[in-house]
Design a protein around this ligand. Structure first.
Ligand code: PEP
Ligand code: MN
Length: 359
């Protein structure tokens, strides 16, 4: 059962006029020059929080792992010089301690860490007694809303109230146009459950490509997200991590100018959140049906090759009974499920027959 997280506070870095919270900065802090050049330009674009990874969770050993403690004073200098708040990723209690010592204002928990409740609890313990810190929790790598809310609850239970969530998409192994699949219904449900939670979208990690940053950002704003976290680098092509998904500050300015911020009316919000969830579910339904039809066609090829008939009635009635029972266990109407399955089955058979007809 979810706790309500009722007394969450608005983030102190958020804009008071309701305009989106802007978090931007390089994937990684690489050198004092790169950090400062990028930060000075971003401060001119209206960015509130400057982000830079100091300890990088890299999938492959041997890739750039971040500059570590050495980079913390560079962020402190950004804060002093530009007035922007500064943010970095923490994955261990040692990171938390070093970051707090350096005066980092905002910590974020990365997608790989959110997926590990032991690690999140260690971070929550390390943050106990620091209610002044803003902590952003990225969604876990896998599409599991409970892991995400569980991480937020562990931090809440440690006394933190300046909490936010970052939607960066999910690794679902489906291929497709995104580096990490959005599965919008998950953050939408998060929003419905915790209405005071600040949720921002990270179009860089979601899209994995510069070209997708503008359209994803617009989509997130249209869905009522509170802000954006966008990776920016003074020379993106030379970046030591994630070069393909970082914008120059000049390009960020253009992207921001092209975005339309819509005001969402409180009263309409609940209904429109539910409608967006329905849309997201239908989206998944069509994808899943498409996958099912593809498998069905493969079976058609197999049957043709082995001279088997298209229809195998035993298999069909067994499948039908099992799914009708499953539906009823969920409290759905069995007759309804039967109608749905019949329609799906008829289409599968039609597609297999087409395969048999082909020479
Ligand atoms: C990052 O923000 O640079 C990062 C590593 O993100 P994620 O945890 O979303 O992969
Ligand atoms: Mn990155």
């Amino acid at each position: 059962m979810d706790q309500q997280l009722i007394d969450l506070q608005p983030l102190p870095q958020a804009q008071s006029d309701g305009r989106p919270l802007l978090i931007a900065g390089p994937c990684s802090a690489e050198s004092p020059q790169q950090v400062l050049d990028t930060a000075r330009a971003l401060a001119q674009c209206g960015v509130q929080i400057f982000r830079a990874g100091v300890w990088k969770p890299r999938t492959m050993p041997g890739s750039f792992q971040g500059m570590g403690n050495e980079a913390l004073p560079w962020l402190t200098q950004v804060k002093r010089e530009t007035g922007m708040a500064v943010a970095t990723e923490v994955a261990t209690p040692q990171h938390v301690e070093a970051a707090l010592q350096a005066g980092i204002d905002v910590l974020w928990i990365g997608a790989r860490t959110t997926a590990d409740p032991f690690a999140v609890q260690l971070l929550a313990d390390a943050l106990q007694g620091h209610p002044e810190v803003t902590v952003l929790v990225k969604n876990p790598v896998n599409p599991d809303l409970d892991l995400w809310t569980g991480a937020l609850q562990r931090l809440y239970n440690a006394g933190l109230r300046r909490l936010g969530a970052v939607h960066r998409g999910f690794s679902v192994g489906r291929g497709g146009m995104y580096r990490n699949d959005p599965q919008w219904h998950i953050p939408i449900e998060l929003r419905r459950r915790f209405r005071c939670l600040t949720i921002v979208c990270d179009p860089s990690h979601m899209g994995g490509s510069r070209d997708l940053i503008a359209p994803i950002s617009q989509q997130a704003l249209d869905m009522g997200f509170s802000g954006l976290m966008i990776e920016c680098h003074c020379s993106p092509d030379q970046a030591l991590s994630d070069p393909g998904q970082q914008l120059t500050p000049a390009r960020l300015r253009q992207v921001l100018q092209g975005l339309t911020v819509r005001k969402v009316k409180e009263a309409d919000e609940e209904l429109s959140l539910l409608r967006r969830r329905i849309d997201a579910c239908d989206d998944e339904l069509v994808e899943i049906l498409n996958q099912r039809m593809a498998v069905s066609r493969q079976i058609g090829q197999f049957k043709k090759h082995h001279n088997m008939p298209v229809l195998q009635t035993d298999r069909y009635s067994e499948l039908m009974q099992r799914r009708v029972r499953q539906a009823e266990d969920h409290g759905m109407d069995g007759a309804f499920m039967q109608t749905v399955l019949q329609a799906i089955h008829e289409e599968s058979v039609r597609q297999q027959v087409e395969i048999f007809k082909k020479k």
